[in-house]
Design a protein around this ligand. Structure first.
Ligand code: AMP
Ligand code: GLY
Length: 424
């Protein structure tokens, strides 16, 4: 069959690698892809948010299945547009994608289905929001409703900070239309973990747990990023708890969406806070996490295309997920300056040496390839991912590989996995 994969990050390289392994696949296109995805298929320069061009290309190439990496095309209705021309899509339609595209929508669905989450209120009017926080104890969490590239959440420590945040989002509109509404919610205490599930519209199959590292600095300091490393499983969310937690945070949402006529086919990702009172949902994503996708796909032993087809056809009951019992750990190598301004175009060296080990994969995120050489082209550059018998061994192997790779102005955290290792 012919597959079109949409996106360009480390997640998409991991997806391309895994899709290309499937004997079902004859042709794989990636739009726009990166230096790494080119090893597994053909990159085509169409941006992930260009819905009409993506649909046109899928028709021209007689694509059988479109796999969507990032959230934006889903929120913009890529699945709906493909449906109109009879092409299958792994990922939800625009209505269900609001689970990620609108925090107010997500909170309302959680409320309706009794999924545990922080207490919240939604506001469209600045004065009303201000009056509400005046009576609150701090910290409070203020969230722009729409997509804001991971920058739309502020944990305000006092009234002044909360007011400034509300002004910026609602009056100055620093996130544009994404700030038309805000969600104000209770600040939760605990450790975060990622919970991902395959969904076929009715049924769910849970992937093992993982944990991201969102802050740029070691010991979780400094600004938030897209994610500086991840590992699986997360000892804080062990396999034995997965069924129970999934039935609490994933299943009710999938059942509700099916009931109201918007079945969710794709990956539903719950960002959890593991609080003293139990797990609570911080947010939903309607796609694989990046970087969580890299360690998770290295543990998944199934033919990914078979699993995705089962989701699209509503036949997930016929699939048994086979998970490698080893641990995996991914270290993101970034360009110095990320998540702010950073240089591009540095040559990357040492990749061939590292790629000899079958238990180590270097997933490209921000890279381009020219004449057989790789150059950096983004903030997050590589996701160096290793399997190990234990989390400790996976960490050692990943960092041994990192130490063999070099580019000017490189930056990475040295403490990926430490929180998990401390729990073992
Ligand atoms: P979100 O995009 O909603 O996941 O928020 C981004 C990050 O903000 C999360 O990964 C948490 O670290 C933090 N966060 C969001 N909501 C809360 C909350 N209610 N309490 C504490 N931290 C939160
Ligand atoms: N790693 C967090 C995310 O993909 O949203």
């Amino acid at each position: 069959m012919r597959i079109l994969l949409v996106g360009s990050g480390g997640r998409e390289h991991a997806l391309a690698w895994k899709i290309a392994k499937s004997p079902l696949v004859k042709e794989l296109y990636i739009t726009p892809g990166n230096g790494g995805t080119e090893k597994h298929g053909k990159n085509v320069p169409i941006e992930a948010d260009n819905i009409p061009e993506l649909v046109k290309f899928a028709q021209e190439k007689k694509i059988n299945l479109v796999v969507v990496g990032p959230e934006l095309p889903l929120v913009l209705g890529l699945k709906n547009a493909l449906e109109e021309v009879g092409i299958d899509c792994f990922g939800p339609g625009a209505f269900a994608a609001q689970l990620e595209g609108s925090k107010a929508f997500a909170k309302k669905i959680m409320h309706k289905t009794s999924v545990p989450t922080a207490a919240f209120e939604v506001f469209e009017d600045y004065q009303e929001a201000l009056a509400y926080i005046k009576n609150k104890s701090f910290p409070v969490v203020i969230k722009a409703d729409g997509l804001a590239a991971g920058k739309g959440v502020v944990i305000a420590q006092n009234l002044e900070e909360a007011n400034t945040t509300l002004q910026q989002i609602m009056e100055e509109k620093i996130f544009g239309a994404a700030g038309k509404r805000v969600v104000i919610e209770e600040a939760l205490q605990g450790e975060e973990a990622s919970f991902l599930a395959f969904c076929d519209g009715q049924r769910v199959k849970y992937l093992p747990s993982s944990q991201d590292h969102k802050r740029i600095g070691e010991k979780d300091t400094g600004p938030n990023t897209g994610g500086m490393g991840a590992y699986s499983p997360a000892p804080i969310l062990p396999d034995k708890d997965m069924q129970k937690v999934g039935d609490m945070v994933i299943k009710p949402i999938i059942e509700h969406l099916a009931e109201i006529g918007h079945p969710f086919k794709g990956i539903l990702y719950a960002g959890l806070m593991l609080t003293a009172e139990g797990p609570k949902v911080l947010e939903y994503n309607v796609r694989f996490g990046d970087p969580e996708c890299q360690p998770l796909l290295m543990r998944l032993e199934n033919d990914l295309v078979e699993v995705m087809l089962a989701c699209v056809k509503g036949e997930l009951d016929k699939v048994e997920l086979k998970i490698n019992p080893k641990s995996t750990l991914c270290v993101v190598m970034a360009a110095q300056g990320y998540p702010g301004k950073y240089p591009k175009g540095m040559e990357i060296k040492g990749l061939e040496e590292v790629e000899k080990d079958p238990e180590v994969m270097v997933f490209h995120a921000g890279t381009t390839q020219k004449d057989g050489k790789y150059y950096t082209s983004g903030g997050r550059v590589l996701g160096v991912t290793a399997l190990g018998k234990t989390l400790m061994e996976a960490k050692e192997k990943a960092y041994q590989a990192v130490d063999k790779i070099y580019f000017d102005n490189m930056y990475y955290r040295r403490d990926i996995g430490d929180k998990g290792i401390a729990k073992l």
